[in-house]
Design a protein around this ligand. Structure first.
Ligand code: ATP
Length: 216
């Protein structure tokens, strides 16, 4: 369970929003510039709010009242962006294991073989990202985020750089991740078809505010 109550200002833009989000996929949609990526950056610890708090499970990640700010690397949050941002000099296997090898053994929820099987990456493990298709690269990015054993997955338009065929290929993998893990996911997209297929609920964002609070 994720809950947050956040305020943040940058330039003329102000974000002020709160919500509680449970397991499954919560879609976040809204006009360009409404603050969707900013919200994800605040949850991931890439930005600090001026005021507010973030709780994930039984951990307080941010509480400005007590000056608590858990850094990104210690949040157990997986991030996937539009362009998977793989390390080009590492193989698929090394990319997948990048976060995995940096977390304590007793915190690991998935193993390489399981994730590679789930995302059908086993035959690609020794390749470098430059020799992968866009869809394969995004599957590696998803696998890397999963192997980090996240308690929250933040997906920022993960399919928007792909053509329709690849989107249709990857959506079932996202569905499988949703069905086979209990990780809460925030899924930012402009595509209502993706929300229809994947999301358990959807939140609209406008001018820095989520239009409805979600509790479940
Ligand atoms: N690095 C930055 N520095 C300054 N302002 C920024 C920066 N990134 C975003 N902004 C501003 O913050 C506001 C929210 O942007 P954000 O990227 O969160 O919107 P978004 O809803 O994710 O948009 P999109 O759908 O186009 O990705 C916008 O006014 C944007 O111009």
């Amino acid at each position: 369970m994720l809950s947050f109550d956040l305020q943040f200002a940058r330039g003329g833009f102000e974000l002020s929003t709160r919500a509680t989000v449970g397991a499954g996929v919560t879609g976040v949609y809204g006009p360009s510039g409404s603050g969707k990526s900013t919200l994800l950056a605040l949850l991931a610890g890439l930005l600090a709010p001026s005021r507010g708090e973030v709780r994930l499970g039984d951990r307080v990640l941010v509480d400005t009242a007590t000056r608590r700010f858990v850094p990104t690397w210690d949040r157990h949050v997986g991030l996937v962006f539009q362009d998977g941002q793989l390390f080009p000099h590492l193989t698929v296997r090394q990319n997948l294991l990048y976060g995995h090898s940096r977390i304590a053994t007793d915190m690991r929820r998935f193993d390489l073989a399981g994730v590679a099987g789930l995302l059908e990456l086993t035959p690609l493990l020794d390749r470098r990202p430059t020799l992968l298709s866009g869809g394969e690269r995004q599957r590696v990015a998803l696998g890397r985020a999963l192997l980090y054993s996240p308690q929250l997955l933040l997906l920022d338009e993960p399919l928007s750089s792909l053509d329709d065929r690849l989107k249709q290929q990857i959506l079932p993998f996202l569905k499988r991740i949703k069905d086979e893990t209990r990780i809460p996911m925030l899924y930012v997209t402009h595509a209502h078809s993706e929300l229809d297929y994947l999301a358990d609920r959807a939140l609209g964002m406008e001018r820095g505010r989520l239009l409805a609070d979600v509790t479940d």
